[in-house]
Design a protein around this ligand. Structure first.
Ligand code: BG6
Ligand code: MG
Length: 213
């Protein structure tokens, strides 16, 4: 086996909370009269909440926002986003993802989460995986979000493994950059494939089963 563990990004990899992030940011951008679309949204993948707001504000043609206003609007976005999360259930975890996770575990691999999100524990609860992973490294235990490698290095540390023993799975270019900066191989899925940075490119989540062999 090439690896001892797999560290999964959460939003856009394990489940499709990325669409709820987009809708909540879009509602805020519309309210502020700022242009925002799915192409700009792809730059927010893997990036922290406040850094995401800064990317959206690059298109702000109105008065610059104060730090207080930025915190207020980021909180507003998060409140709307969490309303979507509360609608999620175990039906938002696909059979393909769950079966693949179970098979990877049966192959002897440790499984961890490496997410920039402070909402990761809530999401894992909603999709029925609160205690499934061997380690969770998320937005609550890091100072620097992706492309900084901290979240993945912490995941490896929590697993008691060296970075090079772990494979990262990511839908974000910033996430692939973080894995590479941390000395880890990475598998790109979804939007991240086009960056060309992945050690592997996955057409489907189940393709991981052959990538790790
Ligand atoms: C990442 C998402 O997983 O978490 C980003 O890809 C998001 O889009 C980041 O900004 C932070 O999430 P949260 O839930 O803490 O606002
Ligand atoms: Mg993601």
């Amino acid at each position: 086996m090439k690896y001892k563990a797999i560290v999964f990004d959460l939003d856009g990899v394990i489940c499709h909370t990325d669409k709820y992030h987009y809708l909540a940011w879009k509602a805020l951008a519309d309210k502020l009269g700022i242009y925002f679309d799915e192409v700009i949204n792809n730059r927010l993948r893997g990036v922290s909440r406040m850094e995401s707001l800064e990317i959206i504000l690059e298109r702000n043609t109105g008065a610059p926002l104060s730090d207080e206003e930025k915190v207020k609007y980021a909180t507003e976005k998060n409140d709307l986003y969490r309303e979507s999360l509360m609608q999620m259930s175990t039906a938002d975890l696909s059979d393909e993802v769950k079966d693949t996770l179970d098979k990877l575990r049966a192959m002897g691999l440790k499984l961890a989460i490496g997410s920039s999100s402070k909402n990761a524990p809530l999401i894992l609860n909603r999709i029925g995986l609160p205690d499934y992973f061997d380690a969770i490294s998320d937005g609550n235990n890091i100072e620097n979000s992706k492309p900084h490698p901290e979240v993945f290095l912490k995941a490896a540390e929590y697993l008691g493994l060296e970075p090079e023993e772990c494979l990262v799975v990511e839908d974000a270019k910033a996430g692939l950059e973080a894995a590479i900066a941390g000395g880890m191989d990475c598998a790109a899925i979804g939007d991240a494939v086009s960056s060309g940075l992945g050690t592997y490119n996955l057409a489907t989540f189940a393709d991981l089963l052959t990538a790790v062999e």
